[in-house]
Design a protein around this ligand. Structure first.
Ligand SMILES: NC(=O)c1ccc[n+]([C@@H]2O[C@H](COP(=O)([O-])OP(=O)(O)OC[C@H]3O[C@@H](n4cnc5c(N)ncnc54)[C@H](OP(=O)(O)O)[C@@H]3O)[C@@H](O)[C@H]2O)c1
Length: 359
């Protein structure tokens, strides 16, 4: 089967995804019988390109001047036209929109509209953007079900570490009652550094130099990134319908240095903990600085590490620890979501059971 991809957003993550597809091409063909073809790319300021016969992402990435179709379409209109032009692939369930635009922390747009439009056009959607799951998971999951297509977002939390996959594919029939975690590398790195006397500014600069923190780090240090991930996990694991604005939120400031050092001196650790739990019929979610006992698993999560502990009804607590993230991890998340779709597409309906015969 040939899977046609429309890339909406073509920045760091999407470019690494494209090279990863090439690196894993033989595996895709051999193990999944799948070939992948990119038929469209849309960016905000670097042009758009589309052809049902396939486009060359390498040439698109390296062309010096921004390219535009006669008149650049809005990204939503681009998706509408791309899915319409690819209607045969859409009908056969082999059209996938890969959404990697930037996170808008106020409303999650236009990513939500991208997902909605793609599903309406018969495409599956995979995204690394936290916005859709953090702001509109319930509505988008319903739209996907109604369309008979997948809406997957493994890369939204802990990059490629399979947390959504784990719960969806493996923990079937297990109920998640809540979770706690450290889900933002920049703030965890700053807190770990400040405990040891490093200044807030120098720890932040180090994270920016390593490409982990943005030039504008406010999404990280103000706790918004963690709040978006918390909302996404609460929506998916706990069936909530909250947004990042509903998450009680605290960030990390230079003033936390003294608290981090005092905690450390008494054998405790100051961490920015993301958590959510059911309280009656409601879900309470928060991102807050907490002083953790040394015996707490999260207390040992250092520097760029992340971790999430799921509290479940049948398996008690399950912890996943990520040593470090990065573009390859996030690109892998998109690939693993794509393979979930490919596996679903190749799954044949079970053969009819032989008719029972009575004696
Ligand atoms: N970087 C990571 O390690 C990482 C990890 C986990 C999740 N993520 C998430 O993955 C997504 C992509 O991250 P990135 O690092 O690749 O970002 P990036 O390098 O800034 O790329 C973003 C891309 O989206 C395009 N874009 C923005 N708004 C658009 C719109 N309205 N319509 C069409 N295209 C639009 C940009 O266009 P231009 O090229 O014209 O600017 C750019 O190509 C983000 O949501 C991020 O939060 C990233």
């Amino acid at each position: 089967v040939t899977i046609d991809l429309v890339l909406v957003g073509f920045g760091n993550v999407a470019k690494r995804f494209v090279t990863l597809l090439a690196e894993r091409d033989a595996t895709l063909r051999r193990d999944y019988g799948a070939a992948v073809r990119i038929v469209g790319i849309a960016t905000k300021r670097h042009g758009q390109i589309f052809s049902t016969r396939g486009v060359d992402p390498g040439a698109f990435a390296t062309a010096s001047a921004p390219r535009e179709t006669n008149r650049p379409l809005t990204s939503v209109e681009f998706i509408r036209r791309a899915t319409r032009a690819s209607r045969a692939a859409a009908r056969q369930g082999r059209l996938v929109v890969v959404e990697t635009t930037t996170l808008d922390i106020r409303r999650g747009e236009p990513a939500i509209a991208h997902v909605r439009t793609a599903l309406a056009g018969g495409a599956h959607v995979v995204t690394a953007n936290k916005g859709p799951a953090a702001f509109a998971h319930r509505a988008l999951a319903r739209a996907a079900t109604q369309a008979g297509r997948r809406f997957l977002f493994e890369g939204a939390v802990m990059d490629g570490i399979p947390i959504f996959n784990l719960v969806r594919e493996t923990l079937t029939a297990v109920n998640v009652a809540g979770f706690r975690g450290i889900v933002n590398s920049t703030t965890n790195f700053i807190l770990t550094g400040m405990e040891q006397g490093q200044s807030f500014e120098s720890a932040l600069l180090e994270m920016q130099a390593r490409g982990i923190a943005e030039a504008d780090p406010s999404l990280d240090v103000d706790g918004w990134d963690a709040a978006a991930k918390t909302a996404a996990m609460a929506n998916v694991f706990l069936g909530a319908a909250i947004t990042p604005q509903d998450v009680q939120r605290e960030g990390v400031t230079p003033a936390a240095a003294a608290r981090a050092q005092t905690a450390r001196a008494s054998g405790r650790r100051l961490k920015l903990v993301a958590s959510a739990a059911r309280e009656g019929r409601r879900v309470r979610a928060r991102v807050a600085l907490e002083e953790l006992e040394a015996s707490d698993l999260l207390a040992g999560v250092e520097g760029q590490q992340n971790a999430v502990i799921l509290r479940t009804d049948l398996l008690d607590e399950i912890a996943i620890v990520q040593q470090g993230g990065g573009l390859t991890h996030t690109a892998y998340a998109l690939l693993s979501d794509l393979l979930t779709i490919v596996r679903g597409a190749s799954r044949r309906p079970p053969r009819a059971a032989p008719r029972g015969r009575s004696l």
